[in-house]
Design a protein around this ligand. Structure first.
Ligand code: SF4
Length: 213
């Protein structure tokens, strides 16, 4: 284990997360976000998984452990980390929509209680807009630049499209494909609602075939 590398990565990630916590680029998302999503896992990762934003799967520890075990098994790596394309999770909420847009203060407390209703948040998670993705894209690109992992797994069509384009890969992105760029292997998984180990198995089969050629 390279201790210097780990220390450098920890310092760089702390600085990055400080900026993410201070970020106010998307006022409408900040209303209903108690805390932006930040990366988790080994800080000298061999594989990084990028999700669109926090959801019911990737905030479920059992699901995350299963996902990591699958990645470790099929990519034959030990150190896995996951992070998000958009940090503040968008929600649909009629109550938040009544707030004038000039009010930027968060409505959600750390315990998930809404300051307006005084009850637990009932907002419905929705997909982030392209504008939110573009606002937030630099954070995941910076995070990947800190780690420079050998493998990056892009979870979902929009994650694949936005991240690959940021790396200058402008191909039409197809389902379950593998891309190489300056020593990094990008693996795209298009269906972000359903994940089964067989999906990753089929992708690593492509990698094996490439190595044999
Ligand atoms: S979603 Fe990203 S860009 Fe928008 S306010 Fe949150 S951290 Fe900033």
């Amino acid at each position: 284990m390279d201790l210097n590398q780990r220390e450098n990565n920890i310092k760089a990630i702390i600085k990055l997360e400080d900026r993410i916590f201070q970020c106010r680029r998307c006022p409408s998302l900040l209303h209903c976000s108690s805390k932006p999503g930040t990366g988790k896992g080994d800080l000298v990762p061999e594989a990084v998984i990028v999700f669109e934003c926090e959801n019911e799967h990737n905030t479920d520890i059992d699901w995350v452990v299963e996902m990591r075990n699958t990645v470790q098994k099929y990519l034959q790596v030990n150190a896995v980390y996951h992070s998000f394309l958009v940090r503040c999770h968008p929600k649909a909420c009629w109550l938040a929509d009544t707030i004038p847009c000039r009010v930027n203060d968060p409505l959600l407390k750390a315990d998930n209680t809404c300051r307006l209703s005084k009850k637990n948040c009932t907002g419905i998670p929705v997909k982030p807009t392209d504008e939110a993705i573009l606002n937030c894209l630099n954070y995941i690109i910076e995070e990947l630049a800190i780690f420079q992992p050998e493998n990056i797994i892009l979870f979902g069509r929009r994650v694949s499209e936005f991240v690959l384009k940021a790396y200058g890969i402008l191909d039409t992105i197809q389902d379950r494909l593998v891309y190489h760029h300056e020593g990094t292997t990008f693996i795209t998984i298009m269906d972000d609602q359903f994940f089964h180990p067989s999906v990753l198995k089929s992708l690593t089969d492509i990698l094996d075939t490439e190595h044999q050629e």
